[in-house]
Ligand binder design. Structure first.
Ligand SMILES: NC(=O)c1ccc[n+]([C@@H]2O[C@H](COP(=O)([O-])OP(=O)(O)OC[C@H]3O[C@@H](n4cnc5c(N)ncnc54)[C@H](OP(=O)(O)O)[C@@H]3O)[C@@H](O)[C@H]2O)c1
Length: 279
C-alpha cells in the first residue's frame, strides 16, 4: 500500500509541522509499541505522548521497531502536573527522554496549567531553557485558556508555539482559535473525534458523511484540517489510521459547514482548566 501523505501547517518560526499525528493515550506496553511502529511505517511522523500516559517507553520502542530514522520522527511529550516547577520540570523531562530513549524531542508541552499549584510560569521558563539547550526543538502548552497563555507571554515575552486543546465539531473553541491565530500559536486538537461528547452518533454528522460517501471520522478530521488545526486521533486499527489520513478527496461546502456548526455544544462543555487539574 502507498505511504500516506500528510500535509503540514507552519509553526511561528516557519518550521513545517504535520497536520495529522498519532494519539497514544492507549494501548500501552508491547501492543502500544506495535501501534506506533505500524503507524510510522504507514507514513505518520508525528507521535503524541505524555509522561502521564505511562507509555513513553513503548513509544520509544515503537520508533526503534519501525525502522524509520528516529531523526525523522516528531515526538511530542508533556510535563506532568506533578513535575511542574523550575527544577522539577527539567527532571521530569530528563526522565521522559530516558524512557523514550531519545536525545531530544520535537515538541514539549505543559500538560495542564493546574492553577492551584501556581507553577505554570516557572515550568514555562524551564521549557524556554530546554529549547535553548536544544533538548526540544519547539515548546508549547496544552489546555491553556487565552488568559493563561497571556500570563506566560507577559512574564517571558515568549508565546507557546502550540496549544493542544480539546476540540472537535462538538467543541469548536472559536475564541481560543481566534486568540491563537492572533499570536501565531498553532492549535492542536485532542479528542478530535469527539468520543467524550457522543459526536459520532450525531445525525447532522452522518448526513454530511453520507452525502460525500465517507466516514463520520473523515468529515470531522477534514473540518479540523480545513481550519489549519493539527489533529492527533488515536487508533489501534490500521484501516482507521489510513482513513484518518486520507482526506484529500473530501471537500466540505458551506451547507456541510452549516450542518456541522449545529453540533456545537458550547464552550462550557469543554474541560475547564481553571478548575480541572491533572497531576
Ligand atoms: N492534552 C491533553 O490533555 C489530552 C487529553 C486527551 C487526549 N490527548 C491526546 O489526544 C489523543 C487523541 O484523543 P483521544 O484518544 O482522547 O480521542 P480520539 O482520538 O478522538 O478518539 C480515539 C477513539 O476513536 C477511535 N477511532 C479512531 N479513528 C477512528 C475511525 N476512523 N473510525 C472510528 N473510530 C475511530 C479509536 O478506536 P480504535 O483504536 O479502535 O480505532 C478510539 O477509541 C490521545 O490519544 C492523546 O495523545 C491529550
Amino acid at each position: 500500500m502507498s505511504e500516506l501523505t500528510i500535509p503540514t501547517t507552519t509553526l511561528a518560526d516557519g518550521t513545517p509541522f504535520p497536520l495529522l499525528g498519532l494519539g497514544t493515550g492507549s494501548p500501552k506496553g508491547p501492543e502500544g509499541a506495535e501501534v506506533v511502529a505500524a503507524a510510522l511505517r504507514e507514513g505518520y511522523r508525528l507521535v503524541d505522548t505524555a509522561a502521564q500516559y505511562g507509555n513513553e517507553a513503548a513509544v520509544g520502542e515503537g520508533i526503534r521497531r519501525s525502522g524509520i530514522d528516529p531523526a525523522e520522527v516528531l515526538v511530542t511529550t508533556k510535563i506532568a502536573g506533578g513535575d511542574q516547577g523550575r527544577e522539577a520540570a527539567r527532571l521530569g523531562f530528563t526522565e521522559s527522554l530516558r524512557r523514550l530513549g531519545l536525545p531530544s524531542v520535537a515538541l514539549l508541552l505543559i500538560h495542564w496549567p493546574n492553577p492551584s499549584r501556581g507553577l505554570a510560569l516557572d515550568t514555562w521558563r524551564t521549557l524556554i531553557d530546554l529549547k535553548e539547550e536544544g533538548l526540544t526543538a519547539h515548546i508549547g502548552v496544552s489546555n491553556f485558556r487565552p488568559e493563561q497563555l497571556q500570563e506566560l507571554f507577559d512574564a517571558t515575552g515568549v508565546w507557546p508555539e502550540v496549544n493542544q486543546i480539546q476540540l472537535s465539531p462538538a467543541l469548536p473553541r472559536q475564541e481560543a482559535l481566534a486568540f491563537h491565530r492572533e499570536h501565531g500559536i498553532v492549535t492542536e486538537a485532542w479528542g478530535p473525534l469527539g468520543g467524550r461528547e457522543g459526536l459520532s452518533e450525531q445525525f447532522a454528522l452522518h448526513r454530511v458523511a453520507e452525502k460525500h460517501g465517507v466516514t463520520t471520522s473523515q468529515v470531522t478530521l477534514r473540518w479540523i484540517r480545513d481550519q489549519d488545526i493539527v489533529a492527533i486521533p488515536r487508533s489501534s486499527n490500521p484501516e482507521r489510521r489510513r482513513q484518518n489520513a486520507e482526506l484529500d478527496h473530501l471537500v466540505l461546502d458551506d451547507a456541510d459547514r452549516a450542518l456541522l456548526a449545529s453540533l456545537d455544544l458550547g464552550e462550557h462543555k469543554a474541560w475547564d482548566s481553571r478548575e480541572h487539574e491533572e497531576w
